[in-house]
Design a protein around this ligand. Structure first.
Ligand code: AVJ
Length: 361
């Protein structure tokens, strides 16, 4: 714990958005999702306090290779990444969580110029979990004396909106952990385009992406032998029971993880064991489930090299560098804003032709 007024406290700020709306959203989303013909629940609600802890436990399961593969790439490339961005960079991280992987980058940043005085680094973690940000922010400023943490407890969109003018200072935006996998492909492009609009020409986006691979490996990653992912998935029903006075019998919903080749995604679902009726008292509804009927809970999209390049292009970005782990399971891509012809024309109109110079008249 950092006492108020200490030097560390001055380097750590946490700004929270009101989460009343998030609570109301949960009730509305559950009602809407479960009254549809194809029952579904939005995956963002998997990550309450308990769900976030379970997710961290998933990351330690032997079948869930994603976290280790990404860490392997960061260990190998952090120096190279740090060398690509200017010394006064702000690191903005979307879905920062406990910021464990980010430390690898901090270490690389702070050891960039040995012998000289280490530069200051500003870190803006954006995450929906206020508790996670509070704990990790405090630890970070204690560990790194030249780090300044300005945490934003917010959804991606609100967090990005709070960032301020795009050209203010050089920045590196991090979106790690293949969190992009939760978005349908078109939505991923729309979201990345909104990030792109906040990037200046020298700014970069570093994104971790899980790659397409054999269905057996993918399905095992989402159905670990220890049953952690199953517990993570069922926690969504437990959350409905806790927060909305629901009456789900968790034993009567089976965890299912299935690779869907055409979509290129692992689909998580909870499947009704037998026909049953379930009341959700706070919503005043009673649901009927047929035997084997599924509630879709999460999609995890995977990318090929071609799909990655198309995603970047559709978002106004280009892949500057792509690194992979030794087993080629996962990619870390450094994305740069693509300068469009329209942008070049506007720059020229302001008297700063980009290239090439106009021929003499
Ligand atoms: C946090 C979205 C990257 O899709 O791999 C892991 C979520 N769900 N196991 C993923 C998740 C079940 C995870 N992401």
């Amino acid at each position: 714990m950092i006492a108020a007024g200490t030097e560390e406290a001055q380097r750590f700020r946490l700004l929270a958005v009101d989460d009343d709306q998030v609570r109301d959203d949960f009730a509305a989303a559950v009602r809407h999702g479960l009254l549809q013909r194809n029952k579904m629940l939005p995956c963002r609600y998997l990550y309450d306090a308990r769900g976030s802890l379970l997710f961290e436990e998933i990351c330690r399961q032997p079948e869930y290779y994603l976290t280790r593969a990404e860490q392997e790439i960061l260990d190998a490339r952090a120096g190279e990444i740090a060398a690509r961005v200017p010394p006064d960079t702000t690191i903005v991280e979307l879905g920062a969580g406990s910021a464990k992987k980010t430390r690898t980058l901090f270490d690389a940043f702070f050891s960039r110029a040995p012998g000289t005085r280490a530069p200051r680094l500003r870190y803006v973690p954006i995450d929906i979990s206020r508790a996670m940000l509070a704990a990790s922010g405090r630890r970070l400023v204690e560990e790194y004396p030249r780090l300044e943490v300005q945490a934003l407890a917010a959804e991606y969109r609100a967090g990005l909106a709070a960032l301020g003018p795009s050209e203010a200072r050089p920045k590196l935006v991090l979106w790690l952990g293949s969190n992009v996998g939760n978005f349908r492909r078109a939505d991923a492009a729309r979201f990345l385009a909104s990030v792109r609009r906040r990037l200046g020409a020298a700014d970069r986006l570093l994104m971790g992406v899980d790659l397409r691979k054999s269905p057996a490996v993918l399905e095992a990653a989402y159905d670990d032998a220890a049953g952690v992912t199953a517990r993570f998935n069922r926690n969504l029903l437990a959350r409905i029971n806790r927060e909305l006075d629901g009456e789900f019998d968790l034993e009567r919903f089976a965890h299912r993880a299935r690779w869907h080749e055409r979509r290129g995604a692992v689909e998580l679902a909870l499947v009704s064991v037998g026909a049953q009726r379930v009341a959700i008292r706070a919503l005043g509804i009673e649901l009927a489930f047929a035997d084997g009927e599924a509630i879709h809970t999460e999609s995890s999209y995977k990318y090929s090299a071609g799909e990655l390049a198309r995603l970047a292009a559709a978002s106004g970005l280009r892949v500057e560098t792509r690194w992979r782990d030794d087993a080629h399971r996962f990619a870390l891509v450094l994305l740069a804003p693509r300068v469009t012809r329209a942008r070049r024309r506007r720059a020229a109109a302001r008297g700063r032709p980009v290239s090439p110079p106009a021929r003499g008249r």
